[in-house]
Design a protein around this ligand. Sequence first.
Ligand SMILES: [Zn+2]
Length: 367
Amino acid sequence: MRKWLILFLFLPGCTNNENNNTADNRIENLIIITTDGLRWQEVFKGMDSVIAANSKFNEGDSSYIFENYWGINENERRKKLMPFLWKTIADAGQIYGNRNLGNKVDNANPYWFSYPGYNEIFTGYPDTAINSNDLGPNPHVTVLEFLNQQEKLKGKIAAFGAWEAFDRILNEQRSGIPVFSSFDSIGGSEPASNEKLINAMLQNSHKPWLKAECLDVFTHYSALEYLKNKKPKLLYIAYGETDEWAHAGRYRAYLDALKQVDAWLKDIWEFVQNDPRYKNKTALFITVDHGRGDIKKDEWKSHNNKIADSHEIWFAILGPGIKNYGEIKDPMQLYQKQFAQTFAKMLGYTYKAEHPIAEEIKNIFDK
Ligand SMILES: [Zn+2]
């Protein structure tokens, strides 16, 4: 009797330990995606009818917005805006940040704008000295730079960002990671035909933000081309239009940009799941650098530490070994500074640097 009892107690314990060991996960590749300043409010509740009905923001036509994005309840509305997130990721992944359910994700940095946010995402350190979008090369070693020093990942990491600042945020020069930002051409000295076409269209495209930022479509197709041809093990894609159209008060364009990002997430996931190098070995991590204000005083357009609530963010994750919890409904408090170590742990590493690094988000590895 005693032997049986010991065996009975031992086996389940052993299984649990194995399952909880993050080194056992099957994630070999990671694609990190950000869409600048996209509010959690649209992600979880869909379009906002008050903003859409306001003639200051609907570009003279609220009917387009209502026809495309209205639904009878928040569930319907959010599915119309982000069908991939609310189908594929809700079914097979995890979505954090619905504050209506007490599930909170926030900037830990006190500024609530881009460079401090991206620094926090990639260093795990909400350094108060990182306080301007105009700062030079990031003094801190990001998790991307750290991973690029690991034998298996060296030379297999790349970043594509619509905004020119990513060269500095990721310290392209020191890190050795290729950062294709704003109007950088792709394909090096001998671009393939697709790359040539993307380069030509990029240079000749409309430039609403001059040299600082290109339209997302170029960042997306440049990154997808790289994914197909160069097969990186860690790819970062940073879209920017959600932030730009919101600042401009163009709610229709903001929603359209978001819907397009969701469609591109689907494209990326379909490519990944149909390529033997990536299939069932690749995770997506989607988030934002900061939130935005509420509809009061038109503050949805803006974000910084004088705009209430613009520290409120969200993230989503999909991939092998990530449990299918869908929308996380438990009250909890998570911070953006936890993402960097989470990226490292997903790939089986522990990120170390000279600055303090917040611990990973343990929930995503729960079994
Ligand atoms: Zn902004």
